[in-house]
Ligand binder design. Structure first.
Ligand SMILES: Cc1cc2nc3c(=O)[nH]c(=O)nc-3n(C[C@H](O)[C@H](O)[C@H](O)COP(=O)(O)OP(=O)(O)OC[C@H]3O[C@@H](n4cnc5c(N)ncnc54)[C@H](O)[C@@H]3O)c2cc1C
Ligand code: SF4
Length: 465
């Protein structure tokens, strides 16, 4: 009789830099599984006949398939399976909210801890690149069709790689001096090293995709003029327009949007001033308003810059924090102080126009609002002043307005987003598709990639028709 498989209830922990060492450097916090740990974790997978984990993956990776390869020690085989569906496995293995997606659906999670699918994805992809040779997919013969992709973030990169493999000539146009979108300008090095993004972008280029940097579509060239040169266009210009609190004093020196703060520090290496000539104030007491991943990234960046005290100011309670739990815990371990049920109402400055403090109100939770979460309600006369010499606003972003504003005939939604069909990515303009944050508003890497995949299918139907 076959021996019954012994269930291992807990996932194997991710080796990490200790909080004491990591607050002094910008190196990656999570160090990745060793081959032994990866094989042990892969043992936990039940190789289900109806694997529900796949239902939770927006790009439909064959999850049990790649995990079984790891279990057998065939790490290259695992990487190959991942790449069938995902052009950015090392990125997704690091930043995807797996706990809300594949891992949430994992059968093991019903009674025990779900299989650590994200950690295994990261392992397989890192292992492949550590071998120095990346396997290439078969590329179809040239079709003679030309496609323009606006924006080199996860949505644009996915469309570009899917269509390049099908033999189309793809050119990506990117406004910034580096490709990767938020992966490069937003998510800090200690969570997603730039070299990983670069490695995955290079893979897409090796499929024959041309990349034009410092090219602002809508200014350098319009969508209308692209339509004369290309057979199809995919717009993936993201949601990089920051929201502000719209309270008095927000124009004081020392008040940043999270986008500006993170871009200056991470992409433009502000933390290595004067070696890199991007100045950044080195404050003593930093306040970050918001509770998402971007707020955690900003606060943890401030800690590494040497701030004496970093506060996250959030108007709801801990259980409503939208950030990934792992990132909240990392921030807590690194000494970030959380001020829950607190709302900034005014920024206060000195005679020279520099920020010195933030007036806040205490809140309590009332009835649930349209989001289903209990609405925060101000407590009268609870005002107090939080001393701060730098404040980072991280309460959300809207879609980039340039293409919507400069493209006649493109239907725009109420929130400034491009309106596109959910299943195909088709917009109101013939031969123009769109996807990712510019359509949905700020979302996730894998959602943007999922939108890219669906649009690529629809574009292929058109291009091969
Ligand atoms: C700090 C931060 C942390 C995050 N953390 C996570 C996380 O942990 N997990 C997760 O899943 N998601 C996270 N996200 C969200 C995620 O990164 C985005 O949802 C995702 O990157 C959206 O992909 P995209 O391709 O639609 O847009 P983007 O990544 O924004 O890429 C759009 C690209 O288009 C370019 N562009 C814009 N306008 C033009 C133009 N006119 N011409 C040419 N190029 C243009 C931009 O420069 C940019 O490179 C985070 C976001 C931020 C800001
Ligand atoms: S649901 Fe969980 S246990 Fe089942 S195949 Fe997927 S990862 Fe493995």
């Amino acid at each position: 009789m076959a021996e019954k498989k012994k269930m291992i209830p807990h996932r194997f922990p991710m080796p990490k830099q200790t909080p004491e060492e990591r607050i002094f450097n910008f190196e990656e916090v999570a160090l990745g599984f060793t081959p032994k740990l990866a094989m042990q974790e892969a043992e936990r997978c039940l190789d289900c006949k109806k694997p529900q984990c796949i239902d939770g993956c927006p790009v439909e990776i064959n999850i049990p398939g790649f995990i079984m390869k790891i279990r057998e020690g065939d790490f290259g085989g695992a990487a190959r399976i991942l790449k069938e569906k995902n052009a950015l496995p090392a990125v997704c293995g690091r930043v995807c909210p797996q706990e809300e997606q594949c891992e949430k659906h994992c059968i093991m999670g019903k009674k025990m801890e779900p299989v650590a699918i994200g950690r295994l994805e990261r392992f397989a992809s890192d292992w492949e690149s550590s071998q120095g040779k990346i396997e290439m997919p078969d590329i179809a013969p040239p079709t003679g069709k030309k496609v323009a992709v606006v924006g080199a973030g996860p949505a644009g990169i996915t469309v570009a790689s899917d269509l390049a493999v099908l033999g189309h000539k793809v050119e990506i146009f990117e406004a910034l001096h580096a490709p990767g979108g938020v992966l490069i300008y937003g998510i800090p090095e200690f969570r997603l090293p730039k070299a990983i993004v670069q490695r995955e972008v290079e893979y897409v280029q090796s499929l024959g995709v041309d990349l034009h940097l410092d090219f602002v579509v809508g200014k350098t060239r319009s969508i209308e003029s692209f339509l004369k040169q290309f057979d199809a266009i995919f717009v993936a210009s993201g949601a990089g327009l920051p929201w502000f609190l719209e309270i008095p004093g927000e124009n004081l020196n020392g008040v940043y949007s999270a986008n500006e703060y993170l871009t200056r520090l991470n992409l433009m290496k502000g933390y290595r001033f004067p070696e890199y000539d991007t100045p950044i104030k080195r404050p003593h007491k930093v306040t970050v308003t918001g509770g998402g991943n971007i707020a955690m990234d900003s606060a943890r960046t401030a800690i590494r810059l040497g701030a004496d005290e970093v506060h996250i100011v959030y108007r709801r309670s801990r259980s409503e924090l939208p950030a990934r739990l792992e990132e909240v815990e990392n921030a807590e371990e690194e000494g970030v102080i959380f001020d829950f049920l607190t709302l900034p109402v005014r920024m206060i400055g000195n005679d020279q126009g520099w920020l010195t403090g933030m007036e806040c109100l205490k809140m309590e939770l009332g009835e649930p609002d349209s989001s289903g979460r209990r609405r925060p309600v101000p407590i009268e006369n609870s005002n107090f002043i939080l001393e701060t010499d730098a404040s980072v606003c991280s309460i959300g972003n809207s879609p980039n307005p340039l293409i919507p504003q400069t493209t006649e005939g493109l239907e725009i939604g109420r929130k400034g987003n491009i309106v596109a069909d959910e299943e195909t990515g088709k917009t109101s303009l013939d031969r123009v598709w769109a996807g990712g944050d510019v359509v949905t508003g700020a979302a996730t890497v894998i959602m943007a990639m999922g939108a890219g995949r669906k649009a690529a299918r629809s574009m292929q139907e058109y291009l091969s028709g």
